[in-house]
Design a protein around this ligand. Structure first.
Ligand code: AP5
Ligand code: MG
Ligand code: ZN
Length: 216
């Protein structure tokens, strides 16, 4: 299978993690979520995890130099030779520039930036009823994608919990941070001819179908 390098862009709750899991399965490429990496580090109690949590709990972005170093190391792992789907990175122009530099030596840049579009009201509805598996990170929704057994992960049996940053006031702060710092990447990647708009306010299968149309 040929190599494919993807970025998923979109506000909190757009469905980046949900779609990235599916893309990863279908195309056989690793799903790299910076948010998941921070949450895993927090679970282990590492210094990185504790440092990131301060920002995450306020709905703010973690400083660029921290995030860039992590992604740089992750992309150097051998499984990324098949390609990758980046979820939640880049989120600032500085991160996008750094990514371009990281890929410059590899002979293969980004193929598509999938910009998942959903209105703010939908974001709040999705995040306030999201449940996340503490063990494997699988994503559920009490109404739109409920687990078979309440409070338990279908795939690993792990405990489902509510992310600390999914409280409504934190969600609002995350949306503001998105508008101020991440939205400029839409113009950035449109300028590079890489942006593909995806209608995200539809059921999960319909969103996946829209993505597959773009990827071919
Ligand atoms: P991160 O974990 O990346 O959070 P986010 O970007 O805010 O996005 P979410 O994970 O909340 O949403 P999602 O788009 O993945 O949606 P999901 O698929 O879960 O980042 C968290 C924090 O880490 C940041 O605030 C920041 O502090 C820090 N951070 C991370 N990366 C960083 C970076 N690069 N730079 C600096 N700081 C960084 O879906 C949401 C819900 O909706 C689920 O319940 C799901 O089941 C449901 N759902 C999904 N699709 C549909 C659908 N089509 N219809 C109905 N329901 C749906
Ligand atoms: Mg996510
Ligand atoms: Zn699980």
């Amino acid at each position: 299978m040929h190599k494919i390098n993807l970025i998923l862009l979109g506000p909190p709750g757009a469905g980046k993690g949900t779609q990235a899991d599916r893309i990863s399965e279908i195309y056989g490429i690793p799903h790299i979520s910076t948010g998941d990496i921070f949450r895993e580090n927090l679970k282990k109690g590492s210094e990185l995890g504790l440092r990131a949590k301060e920002y995450m709990d306020r709905g703010e972005l973690v400083p660029d130099e921290v995030v860039i170093g992590i992604v740089h190391d992750r992309l150097a792992e051998p499984d990324c030779e098949r390609g990758f789907v980046l979820d939640g990175f880049p989120r600032t122009v500085a991160q996008a520039d750094a990514l371009k530099e990281m890929l410059a030596g590899t002979g293969r840049g980004i193929d598509h930036v999938l910009n998942i579009r959903v209105p703010d009201e939908v974001v709040v509805e999705r995040l306030t009823a999201r449940r996340t598996c503490r063990a494997c990170g699988a994503i559920y929704h009490l109404v739109f994608n409920p687990p078979k057994e309440e409070g338990r992960c279908d795939s690993c049996g792990g405990e489902l919990y509510v992310r600390d940053d999914d409280r409504e006031e934190t969600v609002r702060a995350r949306l503001e941070e998105y508008e101020a710092k991440t939205q400029p990447l839409i113009a950035y990647y449109r300028g590079e001819g890489l942006l593909r708009d995806i209608e995200g306010d539809a059921d999960m299968e319909a969103v996946l179908a829209n993505i597959r149309k773009v990827l071919g």
